[in-house]
Design a protein around this ligand. Structure first.
Ligand code: HEM
Length: 531
């Protein structure tokens, strides 16, 4: 506590000096900044923002100040964009200006500065995006349907074996899919060392690369030289550990995939496709692959989906009824059934709308100054949180009636088909402009396979206490820059309160030889953690 205080005080003193220097030297435009809350000297709006849930502050400001809101934290400019239309105007219409990311020395300290999602807008980023475009194209992504279904069947088996660890199984589902898609590596042993390494890395990054630190070091880059023994500078040790892990993580699976490509029959994968083309710089391919593995976020959406099913049993019934009618009771769906399951697809779209897993999008930054509706947007200023923060949560709340209600029919026509714009509408949860998510199609397939197979096999309900009363669920969402990726769906007490029921008669999962669901009739309670 005392050490943090000392660290923050030192930072404030340095910050005050830099702030004064910037005030004196900064060339001001004659145009006004966009409207926004009043600022204090030096700290600006630092104390106005709810750091745990910044979207709450931003949404409030949006109501008061409008579509674009300007604020200042420690001399850094922040622009909050509160409408999808404006986000598209800037990120798509003026993409050369709005496609950068915040620059913070913290990313380099943690060894994450070559990850696609963090890279500054420039040559290296463009090379990585080119590879991503080639490896995540529609026709390429379709080749991985078998992988998604196989992983989903494994997920069912894992839940069935140990339902208390539902969240771990969902994490593993994403991790194994990402590992095989990226490197062609099938998880051979239960605790695959690469997956364990990725989990440690993700944990280290989540704890270490916090929004506060990103902002502090962006505002005061000089802090990167503070030695680890200095009170409050323990992040230097954390950073060293993460840097080392990141280097091994980038090297080991890539080297194995390369070896496989040279010596054996390469498994289809992102890396093997690139290596086969042979004309790409290997280090770019390696960094891009690391970014893919780290960028997969489907697990959080699946956790939101399970939560939505538990809280809305009548909607879960409808999804089950559609699966029974289209695929048949006791049969697991395949991708051929997808088009005939519009309600299920609408449930997935609604899960993403209801609680977007990255509620503030990823931060963008401006590469040069700009004028928007007569307001001045400064160029290349330091950015503690977001220069352009696409507040997706606020957008989706403004756009829909009764936005807190989970209602898949928002995405359906009156005769139960998907609305023609449903797909396009869903793209906003994958970002805007040149930085938008290149993994959207792969993510959509992975989500669909897990949702379709899980809902074919299970019913998710509130557990009951020893008196037979349902145990209420009070979900807790955590948000932050990297936290939102890793933790936004750690739903507090939900895990022990879920009851999972097998809903199908015994089935044989093709890829899991000999597995027969151990059910009595169609409603056997194979897992009930509270009982
Ligand atoms: C439900 C799952 C997913 C969601 C909601 C999601 C969402 C996002 C969002 C909002 C961004 C930032 C876009 C912006 O800055 O405007 C992003 C970036 C990115 N995503 Fe995804 N994503 C998902 C899955 C995936 C998957 C499966 C992959 C890899 C195959 C992936 C790879 C990436 C990469 C590499 C970036 C960085 C792009 C850049 O900065 O140029 N994502 N994602």
């Amino acid at each position: 506590m005392v050490s943090s205080f000392l660290f923050i005080s030192t930072a404030c003193i340095i910050g005050a000096g830099l702030w004064l220097a910037t005030r004196i030297t900064r060339k001001k435009s004659n145009l006004p900044y966009p409207p926004g809350p009043r600022q204090l000297p030096i700290v600006g709006n630092a104390f106005d923002v709810n750091l745990k849930e910044p979207h709450i502050t931003y949404t409030e400001w949006g109501k008061t100040y409008g579509e674009i809101v300007y604020c200042h934290i420690f001399g850094q400019d922040i622009l909050i964009v509160n409408s999808e239309k404006m986000a598209r105007t800037l990120a798509e219409g003026r993409s050369t200006i709005y496609s950068d990311r915040p620059h913070s020395p913290l990313f380099r300290l943690f060894g994450a500065d070559h990850i696609t999602g963090i890279l500054e807008y420039g040559k290296e980023w463009k090379s990585q995006r080119k590879l991503l475009h080639l490896g995540l194209r529609h026709d390429i992504v379709d080749r991985y349907h078998e992988l998604h279904l196989r992983s989903a069947h494994q997920l069912v088996e894992n839940i069935q074996r140990d339902s208390k660890s539902l969240y771990n199984h969902l994490d593993l589902y994403t991790a194994t899919m990402a590992l095989e898609f990226t490197y062609g590596r099938r998880m051979e042993v239960k605790n695959d060392p690469i997956i364990s390494m990725a989990a440690s890395l993700a944990e280290g990054m989540t704890k270490g690369v916090t929004a506060e630190r990103v902002g502090l070091l962006a505002a005061l880059p000089i802090l990167k030289y503070i030695p680890s023994w200095f009170p409050g500078a323990a992040f230097q040790d954390e950073a060293r550990r993460c840097r080392n892990m990141m280097a091994s993580f980038a090297d080991i699976p890539f080297a194995k995939a390369k070896e496989q490509a040279v010596t054996g029959v390469p498994q289809p994968s992102f890396v093997s496709d690139i290596l086969q083309q042979g004309d790409e710089d290997e280090s770019v391919a390696k960094e891009t692959a690391t970014g893919i593995y780290i960028g997969t976020l489907t697990t959080s959406t699946l956790k939101v989906l399970v939560l939505a099913m538990i809280l809305n049993p009548e909607i879960q019934n409808k999804a089950h009824a559609e699966l029974d009618a289209v695929v048949g009771k006791g049969v697991l769906p395949t991708f051929e059934d997808r088009k005939r399951l519009p309600y299920l697809q609408a449930v997935l779209f609604e899960a993403m709308r209801w609680n977007p897993v990255i509620p503030l999008g990823f931060p963008h930054a401006t590469t040069t100054s700009d004028v928007v509706e007569g307001y001045y947007i400064p160029k290349g200023t330091f950015i503690p949180y977001y220069t352009i923060s696409t507040d997706i949560r606020a957008m989706s709340k403004n756009e829909y009636e009764d936005p807190e209600r989970f209602d898949p029919t928002r995405h359906l026509t009156s005769d139960g088909k998907l609305k023609p714009n449903a797909n396009q509408d869903n793209t906003k949860y994958f970002g805007f402009g040149r930085r938008s998510c290149p993994g959207r199609l792969l993510a959509g397939d992975s989500l669909w396979a897990a949702a379709a197979v899980m809902l074919s096999a299970f019913r998710f309900e509130k557990a009951k206490d020893s008196f037979g009363n349902k145990i209420e669920i009070d979900p807790v969402f955590l948000h932050g820059v990297l936290k939102s990726v890793q933790l936004s769906c750690q739903l507090g007490r939900i895990d022990p309160n879920i009851m999972i029921t097998a809903t199908l008669p015994p089935i044989r999962v093709p890829s899991l030889v000999g597995l027969i669901l151990n059910v009595k009739g169609s409603n056997f309670f194979f897992a009930c953690p509270q009982m």
